[in-house]
Design a protein around this ligand. Structure first.
Ligand code: ADE
Length: 341
């Protein structure tokens, strides 16, 4: 409940549907930390985080990120790897790299103050640019993400076409106030709590009376087809030397910047490059690691040898490990593969 705010009379000329939506939001909206008079920095961090991270996780990680990097200046002073390390576990690490680059641009060139200027920043699309202007600048903008698109498509009975966002903007134009932050948050909240993708709660919707699509919801705001999940066989090679373990920084887009075990080439045949092998020991380490659009079938072999990379203590890794690698290393340690012999 956001019960701390005084109920407000409708502003002169405020349309009834907007008024009902705002009243509902003040009563029922969640009190989320990124909604408390955020700065542009806080909006950038929270909106990039929320792109691929649930609200429940962001509630823990957003304050932690702000503690590590309280503003653009502290973020710009950190290396990209330090920012990626703080992002560990959240996935989609390109977001952390974008944050780091945005901070450096802000420090070098000054803070943008328009949607179009924000959109020049790495990783900032139309949604995030509009969110910054609406939430941090108190400006007039409409932030359309997948949930707001679904909600407003239903409300105005707009069919999905390549021009759907332009149609939504045109429909909302008469209703958007000069200071649009609260209305944008209310639309996000309506999409999250009431106008759900499947089985929306129309009976408790504050704007059901105004909803043009209510009787034919199947026609509007249909979820985009989910991309297929791809299965991949990943063979990790734990190179062992004097109780230490060889790790390398990953360079592929999926886990870029995170550290992990070298990967065997040719689907499990052939050693990783720049590794010299002595004894090779198979292990019972087999597991499935799910990413959003991929599923890794991981297996792991231990090799006594040498190679290029960084040598770590597998019991106390001091690098930001990718999820599957962290799990494989933990299983190897628990399986006694690093016990003194
Ligand atoms: N998801 C994306 N942006 C959000 C916001 N500002 N509040 C809650 N959930 C969100």
């Amino acid at each position: 409940m956001r019960g701390t705010k005084a109920l407000r009379m409708p502003a002169f000329g405020e349309p009834p549907f907007v008024h009902r939506l705002l009243e509902w939001y003040r009563q029922a909206g969640r009190d989320l930390p990124w909604r408390q008079a955020p700065t542009a920095y806080q909006v950038v961090v929270s909106e990039l985080m929320l792109q691929q991270t649930t609200v429940a996780t962001a509630l823990i990680r957003y304050p932690r990120f702000l503690q590590a990097f309280p503003d653009f200046w502290s973020l710009a002073a950190a290396s990209e790897d330090e920012v990626v390390a703080e992002w560990a576990g959240l996935g989609y690490y390109q977001r952390a790299r974008h944050l780091s680059r945005i901070a450096r641009r802000v420090v070098a060139d000054g803070m943008p103050h328009t949607e179009s200027a924000w959109r020049q920043m790495p990783g900032v699309g139309p949604y995030t640019a509009a969110a910054i202007i609406a939430f941090a600048e108190g400006g007039r903008a409409l932030a359309i993400d997948v949930n707001v698109r679904r909600t407003l498509s239903r409300l105005f009975a707009l069919r999905d076409t390549p021009q759907i966002d332009a149609a939504i903007r045109a429909a909302m134009e008469p209703f958007l106030p000069p200071d649009s932050g609260e209305l944008n948050q209310a639309l996000i909240e309506l999409g999250a709590l009431i106008c759900r993708p499947a089985r929306p709660h129309c009976d408790s919707c504050p704007v059901a009376q105004a909803c043009a699509g209510r009787d034919q919801l199947a026609l509007y705001g249909r979820p985009p087809a989910k991309p297929a999940v791809r299965d991949e066989l990943v063979h990790l090679v734990a190179v062992r030397r004097a109780g230490r373990l060889l790790v390398r920084q990953r360079t592929t887009r999926l886990l870029q910047g995170l550290w992990g075990l070298p990967q065997a080439q040719e689907h499990g045949h052939g050693l990783p490059d720049r590794v010299q092998a002595g004894d090779v020991t198979p292990t019972p380490v087999h597991f499935t690691h799910r990413f959003t659009h991929r599923r890794w079938q991981v297996q792991c072999t231990v090799v006594d040898g040498d190679g290029e990379g960084r040598w770590i203590d597998p019991r106390a890794p001091d690098v930001a490990l990718a999820g599957p690698d962290r799990r494989a290393i933990q299983m190897l340690v628990e399986g006694g593969f690093f016990d003194a012999r």
